[in-house]
Ligand binder design. Structure first.
Ligand code: PLP
Length: 306
């Protein structure tokens, strides 16, 4: 069903006595890349086991999760429905939206049925009454929550670290909902320290993650959100473009770019002890760059070079 490129660890840098390797989960699959494959794998198996023929999920207009779910469902011979935040994007504006929005166009091309709802309705995405209303409208489906995080997603993310990663002292991962880092924590070795770099502003993710894991060998770093979720500035763009030039690896500006910036900053400030070996997980998300670049052009900022 999925022809996967096994994820490999690419050496990036040795500085101030610290070595950094990048786990190239972004190369796993062209459409279902990074943590998305890990999160969806057992959910798709479960959908089939339950005899469901449709996956329904939620997301914003540039969501990596929406595109990945549309592609993964198609590859698994399942139908997919995406409930998208932003009523104004649908209806008579749909044609224009699809022309301008690469994420939603890709999802549609993968056969996803797009259902646009206003922001207030979208906030009910976890309410049983809203789910029932969606079942009345679309018929039965297998529900994958926004961002794809649930117990089966965490189980899939436990497969990111392997036996071969045992000798890394620190494992770093970007955090949105906390599912990916929770899987990594669950499968980490006792002597390893897991650092989750929050893509969101605020200090609430440590409580979310604490509910999902039992181990204590982790920490959520909250200093590298660049103003909040999906916020970018010139410093971050320059960093991502320089990184591409030096290491020939493209980073996304919402998750992995901010994490790698944070790791480099901490190395610069000598916050890691000498001889620390760091493994940073590249969780993909590269499809979102074209949407970010459109915003950057409007703000007269440089683009991310792809
Ligand atoms: C590319 C990418 N990296 C990292 C994350 C964060 O993952 P999680 O929501 O499991 O914390 C996401 C969001 O799902 C993502 O799209």
């Amino acid at each position: 069903m999925f022809n996967l490129t096994p994820s490999s660890n690419q050496f990036i840098i040795q500085k101030n006595g610290v070595e950094v390797f990048l786990k190239r989960e972004d190369l796993l699959h062209p459409l279902v890349s990074g943590n998305k494959f890990r999160k969806l794998k057992y959910n798709l198996q479960e959908a089939k086991k339950q005899g469901k023929d449709t996956i329904l999920t939620f997301g914003g207009a540039f969501s990596n999760h929406i595109v990945a779910t549309s592609a993964a469902a198609k590859l698994s011979q399942l139908k997919s429905i995406g409930v998208i935040r932003g009523e104004e994007l649908g209806g008579e504006n749909l044609e224009k939206t699809l022309l301008q929005n690469h994420t939603l166009r890709n999802a549609k091309e993968m056969g996803m049925q797009l259902f646009f709802v206003d922001r207030e309705t979208y906030r009910n995405k976890e309410k049983q009454s809203f789910i029932e209303a969606l079942k009345n409208k679309f018929g039965d489906f297998y529900l994958v929550p926004e961002g794809g995080t649930n117990d089966l997603a965490i189980k899939g993310c436990e497969e990111i670290l392997t036996e071969a990663d045992k000798n890394f002292d620190v494992v770093c991962c970007p955090v949105g909902t906390g599912g990916t880092v929770s899987g990594i924590i669950n499968s980490s070795y006792e002597q390893q320290h897991i650092l989750g770099f929050s893509a969101l502003k605020g200090d609430f993710l440590k409580d979310e993650v604490a509910q999902l894991v039992k181990k204590k060998n982790w920490e959520i770093i909250i200093d590298y959100h660049f103003g909040g979720y999906a916020k970018v500035d010139r410093t971050l763009i320059d960093f991502i473009n320089d990184f591409k030039t030096h290491y020939n690896v493209l980073l996304d500006p919402i998750y992995t770019g901010k994490m790698i910036y944070g790791i480099f900053d901490r190395i610069e400030k000598e916050e890691f002890t000498k001889n620390t070996r760091i493994l940073a997980v590249h969780t993909g998300g590269l499809q979102g760059i074209s949407g970010v670049n459109k915003k950057l052009i409007k703000k007269n900022l440089p683009k991310i070079n792809t």
